[in-house]
Design a protein around this ligand. Structure first.
Ligand SMILES: O=C(O)CCC(=O)C(=O)O
Ligand SMILES: [Fe+2]
Length: 511
């Protein structure tokens, strides 16, 4: 009987445990957002000792030097250093607090001052500078990983924009429940950094659905071991509130967090002007080639005339089976340069994934063929019995094909890596099409129009440019000439290029 009772109790415990685990699993799986809508931490502050070695970039630690805030009118600037460790530092900190104007908040699209709702002081970013940097401290990397989970295998980046310095002072400093107003559609979150200054109360609470997280940064002694720089980041649309500061001063730096494409995902999405492809050495080389009439002059006798340059990439790429956009945006180094340059020159450029498959022919002789595919999963359909008799340049843009199906009259392979590129496929996928990630080289398929087509385009472009130039005022024109004296054609490896680099194989093979 006793055993049975015990058994009953233990199965009840088990049931309860299972229910809790179920809840946890559901909460995690339901939505990443509800599982992690806020995160935070502490950076310990150490006073630099004389003769200290500068921090080693490799050993990123959560320890930082005291934070400095420089403020004040021109030629009357002061520096407040926190934690304040001297009388002079405490005096400057008091001046900083006095300098802060009342902070408003938005209500119905207007800035409102209502101390029952928000009682705080503020400095705008044109009134102070600080040496605190959320990037070098590692905060931004943590936030990116916690709050901006990758889409597919695409990890986005964060632009943290310093917004205000705020002071919530005792006994009644506060900010009642609100959500932050996004300043553009890329703003996804807010970061609050609380400086080591003694205060009581002033907890930050962040709510999402029925969950809430409390950040209590109060400290009696800003030099105490558990003091330090505290931070919290959360999605802007989560309601949050700063409880009353009952004593001391709670001083914060706030940042608006914007999502960016992140390193590794920028190709094809670079904001205008940020990267100038005409400054890349390859630009001059390719531009002067295109301007040379004998460079692939006749093209291919089809309405979609021209020639395709097939350029295997110098790096391998991890890619999912479905997202072609992702593949383009993650091109790196030299491959990225090629893509940006050919796009800047108005050439069409498609990406094909390069696979190498071993076949056994009728005589059991093993051969290997490079297949170019849009989709890694297609490889399984292609393996064995694959024919592509009909395929050719007409379909280059849209269909899969194998390298050996392209006579040199249509496609020219470029790049020294091509042999090894064709031999290397890192088969991280097994024999099941369900495995999502593969690594492979990619081929940049660049369509070079015939020289006639090129000349037409150039003269159209020139005509349009001349028309614009005629309309320009003389001053503007002068400035333009002065700036443009250094033609990119004559820069970098453009100088070394010669026609002999393009043997006249084209002539032989032309149809
Ligand atoms: O100081 C804080 O913890 C939050 C401040 C805040 O919510 C804001 O500035 O919008
Ligand atoms: Fe807020």
């Amino acid at each position: 009987m006793a055993t049975k009772a015990n058994g009953g109790a233990s199965s009840l415990v088990k049931m309860a445990q299972t229910a809790i685990l179920d809840d946890i699993t559901k909460s995690v799986r339901a939505q990443s957002k509800s599982a992690t809508f806020a995160c935070g931490g502490t950076l310990q502050v150490t006073q630099p000792k004389q003769g200290d070695e500068p921090a080693d970039a490799k050993t990123q630690t959560s320890t930082i030097s005291p934070v400095q805030i420089r403020f004040g009118d021109e030629s009357k600037g002061l520096t407040a250093t926190v934690p304040a460790t001297s009388e002079a530092a405490t005096k400057n900190l008091s001046t900083l607090i006095e300098t802060c104007a009342s902070a408003a908040f938005g209500r119905g699209g207007e800035d409102v001052f209502d101390e029952t709702y928000r009682k705080a002081g503020k400095l705008d970013t044109n009134q102070f500078v600080t040496d605190f940097c959320p990037y070098t401290t590692g905060i931004i990397d943590v936030v990116a990983q916690m709050l901006l989970p990758s889409i597919g295998n695409k990890q986005r980046g964060i632009k943290a924009e310093l917004y205000k310095l705020n002071v919530y002072s005792g006994p009644t400093g506060k900010f009642k429940a609100h959500v932050d107003t996004p300043r553009d559609e890329k703003q996804f979150g807010s970061l609050v950094v609380c400086l080591p200054v003694a205060h009581e109360g002033g907890e930050l609470i962040v709510r999402h659905e029925k969950k809430e997280v409390l950040f209590d940064w109060s400290t009696e002694d800003s030099n105490a071991e558990d003091a330090g720089v505290k931070w919290a980041a959360f999605y802007s649309d989560c309601e949050h509130e700063v409880f009353e500061v009952t004593a001391g001063h709670r001083i914060t730096l706030t940042y608006n967090l914007h999502a960016t494409n992140g390193a590794g995902n920028v190709v094809g999405n670079i904001p205008a002007g940020l990267l100038d492809p005409t400054q890349l050495p390859l630009y001059g080389l390719l531009k002067s080639a295109l301007e040379t009439p004998s460079f692939f002059s006749n093209g291919f006798t089809h309405p979609q005339s021209g020639r395709v340059l097939a350029m295997p990439t110098t790096h391998t790429y991890a890619h999912t089976s479905t997202d072609k956009e992702l593949l383009r945006s993650s091109l790196k180094g030299a491959d990225m340069a090629v893509y940006e340059v050919v796009s800047a020159l108005g050439l069409e450029c498609k990406l094909k994934i390069l696979f190498d498959i071993e076949h056994e022919d009728d005589n059991e002789k093993s051969t290997s063929t490079a297949y170019m595919r849009d989709n890694p999963e297609d490889i399984y359909e292609a393996d064995g019995g694959y024919t592509c008799e009909e395929e050719g340049i007409l379909a280059w843009a849209n269909t899969e094909f194998s390298r050996d199906r392209f006579p040199e009259s249509k496609v020219t392979w470029v790049g020294e890596e091509k042999q090894s590129a064709l031999n290397i496929v890192l088969p991280t996928y097994g024999n099941e099409a369900s495995v999502q990630f593969t690594y492979s080289y990619v081929v940049l398929m660049i369509r070079i129009p015939s020289s006639a087509e090129r000349m037409q385009t150039t003269s159209q472009v020139q005509e349009a440019a001349e028309k614009v130039e005629k309309r320009e005022e003389p001053e503007k024109k002068k400035a333009k000439i002065a700036k443009g004296t250094m033609d990119p054609i004559f820069q970098g490896i453009g100088k070394d290029w010669s026609l002999s680099r393009f043997p006249d194989r084209e002539g032989e093979a032309e149809e």
